[in-house]
Design a binder for this molecule. Structure first.
Ligand SMILES: CC(C)(COP(=O)(O)OP(=O)(O)OC[C@H]1O[C@@H](n2cnc3c(N)ncnc32)[C@H](O)[C@@H]1OP(=O)(O)O)[C@@H](O)C(=O)NCCC(=O)NCCS
Length: 411
């Protein structure tokens, strides 16, 4: 018998780390059992029991996402896992659909996630974000005029300060924050990383740092799991700090920070790519799109959309695939319906249809990508579930000239 219910810290205390270990996310320890449960408790969490044993767990955490200059109410799906005995019963999809419905009912406007594969969360209305780029380089090859001051060491005990600095970091279009500190704590403990940083905040708070993971070899590779800074000068100091490791460490792997072209800092990038290719210390650039967003509150998201330039109005015939995964007891049924949409300096979506306007047909997945500026609308019409008259796409291409959105936080 399958029973779906909210997470219960007493009943599910053992099950959460058990499932996480079974799917390969953690190696259990007393500290991680506590942290995993604290992580799950600090947001919305749902579980499914099979014959009284908890076998599937999903959770989300509240936060904010930047859309140009505004902050949108956001939540991130931070865990979806099904134990081996319960696979392919539809539990993960049903529970995640319920999570979307409950977060939306609580006022969340946009949700985001990191996907294990493209396709699964598309069923629930999520659309793929742009590529994230990973750069691997020899820190000795960094060229930067700035000098790094002597940093402070950071350990997993500094999780609160590390998390607080993530919340106030420099953020661009599409970048999100998740409020509960446990999201940083669990990453820091599970991967036994270390950090180097500076306390330049007005009250002496941690302002900018590198949080890294070593593969255990004295020469590296090191991975910068994330780096946080509040302004450009701090970014340059962190690049200079990486350079100071260049006498020993032969490779650093780093997710390119928002708006940065890291190759600008690398001396002779192609020479070293050729010399190191296919080795353990392979200097290279890689890109993949592993994150997804979906609009949950169309009216609310568009009310916060302020685009420079002209205004375009159209009918939106929207379909939301999440409906097929919502159990009957859930009141929110997804966003399928007809809307009149205005996009411009003041934007809006209101239910209805105006025969005088052109019509855009879209899934919520594709409309989310269009609204965020993942790619030009006329291109998305080729690759995604989006159609309408060419004149409408010509106008949308002009109105939605947005910076590339980047979530800029892995969860
Ligand atoms: C991913 C995971 C949560 C799915 O759990 P689950 O409860 O078996 O999932 P569901 O039963 O709801 O859905 C499975 C269905 O989705 C389908 N599916 C899986 N990946 C898909 C994809 N990329 N595109 C489309 N459909 C997909 C499966 O084929 C299956 O359909 P079927 O039953 O008709 O064959 C589970 O495999 C897991 O825990 N993996 C390890 C942890 C993990 O990666 N979690 C996701 C973090 S983002």
């Amino acid at each position: 018998m399958i029973h779906i219910r909210p997470y219960n810290s007493e009943k599910d205390y053992e099950a959460i780390p058990r499932i996480w270990e079974e799917v390969g996310w953690i190696k259990r320890s007393e500290a991680l059992d506590v942290t995993a449960n604290s992580f799950v408790s600090s947001g919305r969490a749902l579980v499914a029991e099979i014959d009284g044993t908890t076998e599937c767990q999903v959770s989300s955490m509240p936060g904010a996402m930047r859309y140009l200059e505004t902050n949108i109410r956001f939540s991130g799906v931070t865990a979806v896992a099904t134990g081996y005995v319960a696979r392919k019963q539809g539990l993960a999809a049903r529970l995640t659909a319920r999570l979307v419905a409950e977060d939306t009912a609580a006022g969340i406007q946009v949700m985001g996630l990191g996907m294990f594969e493209q396709g699964f969360y598309n069923q629930l209305g999520f659309g793929t974000a742009p590529y994230t780029r990973w750069v691997s380089f020899d820190p000795a090859q960094l060229q930067i005029a700035a000098k790094a001051r002597i940093p402070k060491r950071l350990t997993s005990n500094d999780w609160e300060a590390v998390h607080a600095a993530r919340l106030t970091r420099m953020r661009g279009h599409g970048a999100c924050i998740l409020f509960p500190p446990d999201v940083s704590r669990v990453e820091m403990i599970a991967h036994s990383g270390f950090g180097l940083g500076y306390y330049d905040g007005v009250g002496g708070e941690l302002s900018h740092y590198l949080w890294m993971m070593s593969e255990g070899n004295e020469s590296g590779p090191y991975t910068v799991q994330w780096m946080t800074y509040q302004n450009g000068a701090q970014l340059l100091e962190l690049v200079a700090l990486m350079h100071t490791l260049g006498d020993q460490i032969r490779l650093i792997r780093l997710k390119e920070p928002y708006g940065v072209q890291f190759q600008d800092f690398i001396r002779q990038p192609f020479r070293f790519q050729i010399l190191t290719s296919e080795g353990k210390f392979d200097n290279n650039n890689q890109a993949d799109a592993r994150q997804q967003y979906r609009i949950c509150d169309l009216e609310g998201s568009l009310a916060q959309t302020h685009l420079p330039g002209e205004t375009v109005r159209f009918n939106l015939a929207l379909t939301d695939p999440v409906s097929a995964f919502l159990d009957d007891d859930i009141a929110w049924r997804g966003l399928s319906g007809d809307y009149i949409v205005t996009l411009g300096p003041e934007s809006a979506a209101v239910p209805g249809n105006d025969a005088a306007l052109p019509t855009l047909k879209a899934t919520v997945n594709a409309f989310t990508r269009l609204w965020l500026g993942v790619r030009q609308p006329s291109y998305l019409a080729l690759s995604d579930a989006l159609s309408g008259p060419p004149e409408l796409f010509a106008a949308l291409d002009r109105v939605l000239r947005l910076p590339v959105p980047e979530m800029d936080w892995d969860f």
